[in-house]
Design a protein around this ligand. Structure first.
Ligand code: ZN
Ligand code: ZN
Length: 364
């Protein structure tokens, strides 16, 4: 019998216990529990020891947990007070050092955990589950491809309906309505629509600003299929853009395409970031590309790895889905970003957002 991806990930986690000097790991971050068990509900925790796996959820999810959690040798517990339950049912019996997800546990929660579950020593764990769930299966990558397919149709609708005189909020509302109608489960983050001078704000959510003829519009939005997000940015023009704006667009597109050509599983994120950054620097806009090249993508919009010079030596593993999103932001003038999602392979990458045109499209 072949292993499911969930079993594979659980085994990978367990094989890291010795190195981290733990006997058990409590996984509290719900998207991580989903990657490790297949459960898609919003409330769950996994207690993983060297020999046992305990899945805890509450009464709302009794049936869903039984249907979705597909790990062999897992005990499903329906309970409200998890820490108390773990302690009273001795779920950590035999595990002296217990790891917990420090980046995903509030101080208050960690305190009550340590107070209620007595007789263990605790180890703050960071990045361990992240490294395991970074690697996506082809099926998972294809969910993102499907989400990007919805994004492609949504973008096509935006191009056909956006006109000078509309507000950024009008465009954002169309994106929400159409993507949902086309089957997107959720947007994942507030849609960014930044037109004209507002384009210089890398994360400018939409406002009531009227879009005028001659302006660039940066649109960044998410769609979700089977729990997996696409994250795409396109910049288009309403009316004829200036030659200057066109030149900035061409520069960003060139950086995006060069990074996609260079992207490959196993490479250092700093090397990939530099491929795009060097192109932009060469023209003198290095400072105006004021964020990392991209980020991991999956059940969350921002996952590991960060594709950034700030974490230069981290590795983007084969199987990671990452975004490639260079941008140039010129205060008082304009901004351009072009973002694609790619699945890293041994020899390069597959572009999951291929269906979404990225040349500069000019609408009336
Ligand atoms: Zn984005
Ligand atoms: Zn992004």
């Amino acid at each position: 019998m072949t292993q499911t991806i969930q079993e594979y990930r659980i085994n990978q986690l367990r094989s890291g216990f010795d190195q981290r000097k733990i006997d058990a790991l409590i996984i509290t971050h719900v998207p991580h529990v989903a990657y490790l068990t297949g459960f898609s509900g919003s409330s769950a925790m996994l207690v993983l020891t060297r020999s046992a796996a305990h899945f805890l959820t509450d009464g709302r999810y009794t049936e869903q947990a039984r249907q979705e959690v597909r790990l062999p040798n897992v005990d499903i517990h329906i309970e409200r007070e998890w820490w108390k339950y773990v302690h009273e049912k001795k779920l950590l019996e035999g595990s002296s050092i217990v790891g917990f997800e420090a980046s995903h546990t509030s101080v208050a929660s960690a305190e009550s955990m340590k107070k209620i579950i007595t007789g263990r020593s605790w180890q703050a764990i960071v990045g361990m589950v992240e490294a395991v769930v970074m690697v996506k299966t082809r099926e998972e990558a294809n969910f993102i491809r499907e989400a990007a397919g919805i994004a492609a149709k949504t973008y096509d609708h935006v191009l056909r309906t956006t006109k000078a005189g509309m507000t950024e909020n009008d465009v954002a509302a169309e994106v929400a309505y159409i993507s949902k109608k086309l089957g997107s489960e959720s947007e994942g983050f507030e849609t960014i629509v930044a037109s004209g001078v507002r384009g210089a704000l890398p994360h400018g959510r939409s406002t009531n600003k009227v879009i005028r003829s001659g302006e660039l519009v940066t649109l960044d939005f998410g769609c979700r299929v089977q729990g997996f997000y696409s994250d795409v940015t396109r910049t288009f023009a309403v009316g004829e853009p200036s030659l200057f704006d066109r030149a900035i667009f061409d520069l960003v597109l060139r950086a995006n395409e060069a990074a996609i050509l260079a992207a490959k599983g196993g490479m250092k994120v700093g090397v990939l970031d530099a491929v795009a950054r060097d192109i932009i620097k060469e023209v003198g806009y290095g400072e105006e590309f004021a964020h990392g090249l991209g980020h991991g993508l999956g059940r969350e919009v921002h996952e590991k790895p960060s594709i950034s010079y700030r974490f230069a030596d981290e590795i983007a593993h084969v199987g990671a889905v990452i975004t490639i999103e260079p941008g140039v932001y010129l205060p008082e003038r304009c901004g351009v970003r072009v973002e694609d999602d790619v699945w890293l392979t041994e020899t390069g990458c597959e572009v999951l957002t291929e269906a979404i045109p990225k040349q500069l499209i000019i609408v009336e």
